[in-house]
Structure formats: C-alpha cells, structure tokens
Unconditional design. Structure first.
Length: 130
C-alpha cells in the first residue's frame, strides 16, 4: 500500500493512503513507507510509530514490546471461554432457546482448556496449546 505524509515545519501534519490532490512534491507531500521490525507471533507486539523525516521516502517506524506470559494467558483464557459465552448469550437473548444441558456442555468444554492454560508457565508451553 502506498503511503504519503504531509510535512510542514519539520512536522508531519497528515498521513494518507491515497495520493493527495496536490501530488507528491507539492504542499509538503512526500512518499512514506512503514518499517516494522520482525516480531515473534504471540510473544511480541508493535508499539506506536514515529516518523523518520531524514529519509526519502519518509519512514514510519514501529517499535516492539514483549508480551508477558501472564498477559498472554489472560487473552487465551478469554478466547477459550468464547464458545461458552456465545451459548450463554444466545440462550439469554431467546428464553425459548434455554437448554441447560447445552449450556453445561459448553461450560464443561471450557474447564480443561482453562486448566491447561493456567498450568502453563512459559510461552513454549502456551504455544503447545495452540
């Protein structure tokens, strides 16, 4: 995807993903590219970006951060509970759909997943659960 930034007084005023009406080279518009360092899936994420105005094209540079095991576990537990939450919401929205057996089955399906996530202490152990 092509990116464009408008630089005025050494400061980015706008960033677009469509060609600006004035075109590149006019009214401070310059080409830009995103620079995203490689990250390890599920273990790292991207931070906010900064602009490197000294390069041509202008670089939109992202940093990275490490995802803590505890934070990852919380996210995985929320995902594991999704099926149960969906079944519960379905039954709450339609009283005629209430089925305690289905609801209990959905709840029971979550318990071993949550237990496995809780037992994990490292990213490698969490990766094995995917």
């Amino acid at each position: 995807m092509a990116l464009y930034v408008q630089v005025q007084n050494n400061e980015v005023k706008q960033c677009w993903d469509t060609l600006p009406p004035a075109g590149v080279g006019n009214d401070g518009w310059k080409n830009a590219v995103e620079v995203r360092p490689a990250i390890t899936a599920h273990r790292q994420g991207y931070t906010a970006h900064a602009f490197n105005l000294a390069t041509d094209p202008v670089q939109i540079v992202y940093g990275t951060y490490n995802i803590e095991v505890a934070d990852r576990k919380n996210g995985m537990k929320a995902n594991a509970s999704f099926g149960f939450q969906q079944e519960m919401q379905k039954q709450m929205n339609d009283p005629t759909a209430y089925d305690p057996v289905k609801l209990q089955a959905a709840k029971d399906a979550v318990a071993p997943k949550i237990a496995a996530i809780e037992a994990a202490t490292t990213h490698d152990e969490l990766d094995a659960l995917l």
